[in-house]
Design a protein around this ligand. Structure first.
Ligand SMILES: [Zn+2]
Ligand SMILES: [Zn+2]
Length: 256
């Protein structure tokens, strides 16, 4: 399984993109930078887009990629939870901001939306995909992806501390998890459902106690302006836990 980090940050600039991951060129998770990162032909290779939650930085490119599929005369499968469907249909794709690709063209809408329930496993293109609730402000599910050859990766989406329940459901070889801000922002992180390096350390310690191992860890969703500070603190956590923990970046290729 190859996972490409298309966007690794929580803020966009010339040098940083919003969250999107691409698995084996066919399944995308979160839509913060799908159209800005992928060529038209790469977009057309997508078989499915999984969305973790409704926040704008994770769904932003749904209208733009849907437009590209619509103009190409093709359709795209999107999988997510009910609140994400509600947010898309009442806001981004309400027919005023942009065409309602959930319903148009009539009879064969551009977006084929499949509702996912927490703890439910769906099969997409031979991949087993398990939606696991995490601990963010609005309902958010991480996705554990098991490839046809048995490789397992978990992307949490945005989450704050309190992941023991999530850890019990999963057994990834690779964990892609958020760390939004450095340790001095812990109060902000706890209040807004995000992690700092120290909070990540606590969650990984719980993972190790529960599962008896630690997966390779890649951190995403960093605030680019605070990234140097986050990087130094993450290096200390990696050393303390004696585990591979790296910051993700745009264009990063992860192979399992
Ligand atoms: Zn969020
Ligand atoms: Zn976010």
């Amino acid at each position: 399984m190859n996972i490409q980090v298309l966007g690794a940050h929580n803020c966009e600039s010339q040098n940083s993109r919003l969250i999107s991951l691409l698995i084996d060129d066919t399944i995308a998770i979160d839509a913060g930078s799908l159209t800005s990162s992928l060529s038209f032909s790469a977009q057309q290779k997508l078989k499915a887009i999984l969305l973790t939650h409704q926040h704008y930085d994770h769904i932003r490119d749904v209208p733009t990629i849907a437009m590209n599929f619509a103009l190409h005369g093709t359709t795209i499968n999107i999988y997510s939870i009910q609140p994400v469907y509600d947010a898309l249909s009442t806001h981004l794709l309400d027919g005023k901001l942009y065409p309602n690709f959930l319903e148009k063209p009539q009879g064969n809408p551009t977006i084929k939306f499949t509702m996912v329930e927490p703890y439910q496993t769906v099969q997409i293109e031979g991949y087993n995909i398990l939606a696991v609730p995490v601990n963010h402000t609005d309902l958010t599910v991480g996705y554990q992806i098991t490839s046809p050859d048995g490789k397992i990766a978990l992307y949490t989406g945005d989450t704050g501390p309190g992941l023991a329940g999530c850890w019990e459901q999963v057994s990834p070889q690779l964990l892609i998890i958020e760390v939004t801000a450095p340790d001095r922002y812990e109060e902000f992180a706890r209040g807004s459902g995000h992690l700092t390096p120290n909070l990540l350390k606590q969650e990984l310690t719980i993972f190790q106690e529960l599962k008896g191992y630690l997966p390779r860890v890649v951190v995403v969703h960093m605030n680019p302006r605070l990234e140097e500070e986050i990087e130094a603190e993450i290096a200390a956590v990696a050393k303390a836990l004696n585990n591979s923990i790296n910051l993700g970046y745009e264009g990063m290729q992860l192979n399992l």
